[in-house]
Design a protein around this ligand. Structure first.
Ligand code: PNS
Length: 165
């Protein structure tokens, strides 16, 4: 059985993330989406448990996808799960350097796991969780950028209880 992990901070999950997860679920027998801490952005808008719960709602129709949280190294998690690959989405060239560096470090830490990149679809090339948060905070419509199942969660958290700007 071929197993992939799809790691990320998912604060919150976007349509770009979901497209990567969906494609990974077709390439591998099983996919574990794992919420990890990105130490460059430690203070999240959503707690790790909230992120896991939101992702679970978005992947409910993908039977071979599980969702988990791990407070540690991605390479270690991949080893614990005996994963064959780490699958990540690559948006534009600006992602490349950082992603390349992470892939090299993860390979050093765990030589048994390969990093596989899938390109983001052109609809999602520009998407990121931080842009979604910013657009929402300034009153913009984020329903095109994130799965329908979590739009209300984002509005409530970022704009407050009544959802108004
Ligand atoms: O969605 P992101 O924020 O680009 O994901 C980055 C993430 C969370 C995958 C990365 O920061 C990570 O792997 N964090 C876990 C800690 C770790 O393994 N660090 C060493 C490799 S960078």
């Amino acid at each position: 059985m071929r197993l992939a992990v799809c790691p990320g901070s998912f604060d919150p999950i976007t349509n770009g993330h979901l497209s990567v997860i969906e494609r990974a679920s077709k390439l591998f027998d099983k996919v574990i989406v794992v919420v990890l801490i990105n130490y460059k952005k430690p203070n999240g808008t959503f707690t790790p448990d909230e992120r896991v719960e939101m992702i679970k709602r978005c992947v409910a129709d993908m039977p071979n996808v599980e969702v988990d949280y791990y407070d540690g190294l991605l390479a270690e998690y991949a080893g614990l799960k005996n994963a064959d690959a780490i699958v990540k989405g690559l948006r534009a060239m600006s992602d490349f350097e950082d992603e390349f560096q992470q892939a090299m470090i993860n390979k050093k830490l765990n030589p048994n796991v390969e990093t596989v990149f899938v390109t983001a679809g052109e609809d999602n090339m520009y998407l990121s969780s931080s842009l979604v948060r910013q657009v929402c905070a300034l009153g913009g419509d984020v329903s095109e950028f994130v799965p329908k199942a979590i739009v209300e969660d984002i509005i409530k958290r970022i704009r407050g209880k009544d959802g108004h700007k």
